[in-house]
Ligand binder design. Sequence first.
Ligand code: BES
Ligand code: ZN
Length: 635
Amino acid sequence: MPEYNFTQRMKHYFLVLATGVFLASCQNTASIEDHNTVADSTVVKDLHTQSNADRVSIKHLDLDIAVDFKKREIAGSATWTIANEKHTDSILLDTYDLTIDSVKVDGRTASFRLGSFVPHLGQVLAIPITNETEKLTIFYKTGRNARALQWLTPEQTLSKSHPFLYTQSESIYARSWIPAPDGPGIRFTYNARVSVPAHLMALMSASNPQQKNDSGIYHFEMDLPVPAYLLALAVGDLRFRAVDARTGVYAEPSMIDKAAHELADLGRMVTTAESLYGPYRWGRYDVLVLPPGFPIGGMENPRLTFATPTIIAGDRSLVNLIAHELAHSWSGNLVTNATWNDFWLNEGFTMYFERRISEAMNDKGYADMLWELGYQDLVAEVDRIGKDSKDTRLKLDLTGRDPDDGLTDIAYEKGAHFLKLIENNVGRQRFDSFLRHYFDEHAFKTMNTRDFLSYLDSHLIKGDKELAAKLRVNEWVYGTGIPSNVPRVDQDRFEKVDEQRGKFLKGTTPAELTTQGWTTHEWLHFLRGLPRPLPQEEMTRLDQAFHFTQSGNSEIADLWFVMSLAAHYEAAYPEMQTFLSEVGRRKFIEPLYEEMMKSGQQNMARELYRQYRPNYHPLAQMTLDEIVGYKEPDR
Ligand code: BES
Ligand code: ZN
């Protein structure tokens, strides 16, 4: 590709990626050919970043920021160490709702330009550089629409006495708190200095403190290269508790005992994972249990998984979520999806790996329950999306869309089932050794779907036509729906559940059912298989026998509340409301509002949502605004 001067290059980028507003101010409107040249070249491979990290090598980030709870703002500087080996005249970074105050290039104040706003992507920040440029410092602050940030008031925490902040950068939200080359294929190391109110502790996806200090200034180091979506920060009144020499738990003071009890097996979990796919390469592995507003179940931030407190069930029955986030230390953090279209390489692999860890730590019967519930999720998801929809392909096409659109059970469950199919056909031993090599050979690199398939070909299928015919790889990856060779697991434990459910539906009183020793997953299967709506008398009978409304288990409670809404079983509503007022986990609250909307309880949905919306993370708000039809009052 020929070299352009700064203005020309800007013009190209804005042409391809931005709206016409900026274009109008460009002098020579470029021709269609120009447009195609850029779009077809390898420059813009990941359509969800506007950065030009393929032209400039971006090595390291030094972050120096202060967290201001009063202003709800992060302000400071990001210094990028780069090498302009390809002699490019400008560097392009992603930003979203950031205010850029000034820029320095190698210590000297420099010019910069902020492109016009592109939906989903934000504004590209362009800074002219020379061939010798090594460091650029961007002085900036975050905006009110920072999609990665959730600012909690003290009332929204467990202790009710200190504010709290956490970030959620995946998939493209890091740019809303750091000006960064924000694509999963771009890796860098980072150091940070973070200043917070003196009584609070700061934690990052890096080396972490285990105690508060009086200055409120914390230093962090991540000396292994990571992509921007793995940048994370949490600030709050936090405590640390060691599990063993390498693992531990952080939580608010009133949660730390429960969290440590629930995660007592954390050390064994890491050694189990290592025994499957090789050494854990990140140093420590800690888990941060967040306040209940955290919008997702867990996030695999390197060295420090962020987790929802809704997995703290008291009986360790939901800790497979931690196995999942830990598994990402290999699938995702070590070998990373090249673009969000390849998301299944992160999540499908991780789901498979999670279940292997669960099997090794429990037994096959236990893992089989997880597989079967996952299969049910997959069937339901394909039903919802439509079996002929392109969005049911493993390889996605998210061009022009929010990568969040790809966040479905296709990547997770279709992906995991595809790997399970391969395992079943080549045998566990061969597949494990294949995966182990795959992680080793591609450690700290990115992977796209096509390259994975050719690796699979050359290292496992190796021209075995019979095997290829059994796998039908292309159908799985590029075809829609669920292929007919989808693997199914043994149903030993669930068959017993089906039997008891059958008896109940034929009139046996709940007290006479054989449910001793059932774990969370058996109960979930029991409830999922009941007709919806279930007649109110039967809801009442079940509730009296098994106390689902009062269940301390978030998975069971959530499903029961959805069933309660469908049945208009109002005895459960007060508890459901409390749940909705506290919990921000999208997977839980979305189905509840959805069920209200479709079961003639729209007014309740709107009223509850109006009340609780401030408790939800910006990303959860985005999804729920649509479901409930919420419009923000004029400000
Ligand atoms: N990396 C994901 C979370 C994610 C994906 C956030 C895409 C934003 C965009 C994380 O590992 C995950 O999958 N979490 C699941 C838990 C899991 C057990 C399926 C969740 O949060 O529910
Ligand atoms: Zn995941």
